[in-house]
Design a protein around this ligand. Structure first.
Ligand SMILES: Cc1ncc(COP(=O)(O)O)c(C=O)c1O
Length: 441
């Protein structure tokens, strides 16, 4: 709960889910005069554990989202919708910032930013000096890679096909800057938990010059979830540092940053935490700060903290101010319940489609290896054209919106990404569509 909130024990249940659904009620009033302490009074759901199949509960949560008509949107990986209460707060914050202009920025925002940074750090299980707010995962990861100062000429950097394209490019840039080489991996399909750990370990053993590894926690291409803690531990034994791309994991999965065991992590908050577009976070474990050089623009006081490793300039203040609101909503739904629901919606279509010979589902059913995202392709159809056409057919014939994903060494695919407002009926609709498409194949 946010500092300053005064919800007494027992009030939770009564104002809880109803107030989420009330959406905007009370939000205009929430934009208090100095914008510094917007009281959260309007949205608290119980945060209790709810079964992934408790449809009555999930219907209520789904009703907190305003969703476009006309298509079943199963492409929620680009970014996540804000729930209506968060959107209302974001609008109120935007009005506050706009009305108070520089007076707000110069006299009020600084302290607020520090408090939000501390709140975010606590939610992530990190110390306040270990976290810096960024505009997204890209900014955080690029700054980590650019600032990493342990590479000597000739040292290698390693990344895989399932990593994010622009971050792969950043790693290759780093190698070029430091006179090192690039080791590119192709993650095997199908993957297994132990197999993935062994795969990364063997790759590092085969390239003992590698000093820096990029590891994507949940792949945006296939949805494969990596056993980050195990791979980081294996890397540590080989003297390899790991930068973790958690753009798709925190919020889709329930964990805190210490569980990753990683020293350097980039997050965003606009995919699975439900904050406005344009916010993310950089994490550097306190005792590894020296391995990332201060940003060229860092002030002296920032140099002892993660905030000194990324310098954004003027940010969208209102988006940052909405971080606690998004975290409140996320906590209210319940991070563990949310993660279980997203995996449940994924299983709802995968279980029906897995038996089809003509369809390859690219994430295994081992719950350690997936969250909500899962991609598929029709067997043997690996080109971008094939999979673009498949996504188009899903849309035009069945009203299901999905997206082509390329860059997977084993072939392109179509990604399915459910959100909290999706239902098992949507999963059924997708499964029926794939049965029909498989018949035609
Ligand atoms: C795996 C992965 N890494 C990084 C990013 C970049 O995230 P952001 O939009 O926060 O910069 C994305 C965005 O889709 C992603 O999927």
């Amino acid at each position: 709960m946010r500092p300053g909130m005064t919800i007494r024990q027992g009030e939770h249940m009564s104002i809880s889910r109803r107030s989420v659904l009330a959406g905007g009620a009370g939000f205009a009033a929430a934009a208090c005069a100095n914008g510094a302490a917007l009281p959260v009074t309007a949205f608290h759901i119980d945060g209790a554990l709810h079964a992934a199949g408790d449809e009555a509960y999930w219907r209520e949560v789904a009703a907190a989202y305003d969703v476009m008509d006309g298509v079943v949107n199963l492409e929620n990986g680009n970014w996540g919708l804000m729930a209506r209460p968060v959107l209302a707060r974001y609008t109120a914050h935007t009005e506050t910032v706009n009305r108070r202009n520089s007076y707000f920025a110069r006299r009020e925002y600084g302290e607020m930013h520090g408090a939000i940074n501390a709140r975010l750090a606590a939610a992530l299980g990190a110390g306040p000096d270990e976290i810096a707010i960024t505009r997204g995962a890209t900014e955080a990861l690029k700054a980590l890679i650019a600032g990493y100062n342990r590479l000597q000429p000739g040292d290698g950097v390693m990344f895989a096909d399932l990593d994010y394209g622009s971050i792969q490019n950043a790693m290759a840039w780093k190698a070029a800057q430091t006179g090192g080489r690039v080791v590119r991996l192709s993650v095997p399909e199908p993957a297994t938990h132990d197999g993935l750990i062994a795969f990364y370990d063997a790759a590092m053993a085969a390239s003992p010059d590698v000093r820096l590894l990029l590891l994507t926690h949940v792949s945006h291409r296939t949805g494969l979830a990596m056993s980050v803690a195990d791979i980081v531990a294996a890397a540590r034994l080989r003297g390899v540092d790991v930068i973790v791309d958690a753009a798709h994991s925190w919020g889709q999965m329930d964990f805190d940053v210490t569980a990753l065991g990683a020293d350097f992590v980039g997050f965003n908050l606009h995919k699975w935490i439900g904050a406005p577009i344009g916010v993310g976070a950089m994490y550097i474990r306190a005792d590894r700060l020296e391995s990332i050089s201060p940003d060229m623009s860092a002030e002296p006081w920032e140099r002892e903290r993660t905030v000194g490793r990324v310098h954004t300039g003027t940010m969208n203040f209102a988006a940052v101010m909405s971080i606690p609101d998004a975290l409140d909503f996320h906590a209210g739904v319940g991070p563990a319940s949310k993660a279980a629901r997203l995996a449940y919606l994924r299983n709802a279509w995968v279980e029906q489609v897995r038996p089809l010979e003509a369809v390859e589902i690219l994430t295994p059913d081992d719950p350690r290896l997936h969250a909500g995202i899962t991609s598929f392709r029709m067997k043997g159809k690996t080109s971008a054209e094939d999979n673009k056409a498949l996504a188009e057919r899903l849309l035009s014939e069945f009203g299901i919106f999905s997206v082509l994903r390329d860059g997977v060494a084993a072939g392109c695919c179509v990604r399915i990404t459910p959100a909290l407002y999706n239902t098992p009926e949507h999963a059924d609709r997708l499964a029926e569509a794939l049965h029909k498409i498989a018949q035609d194949a």
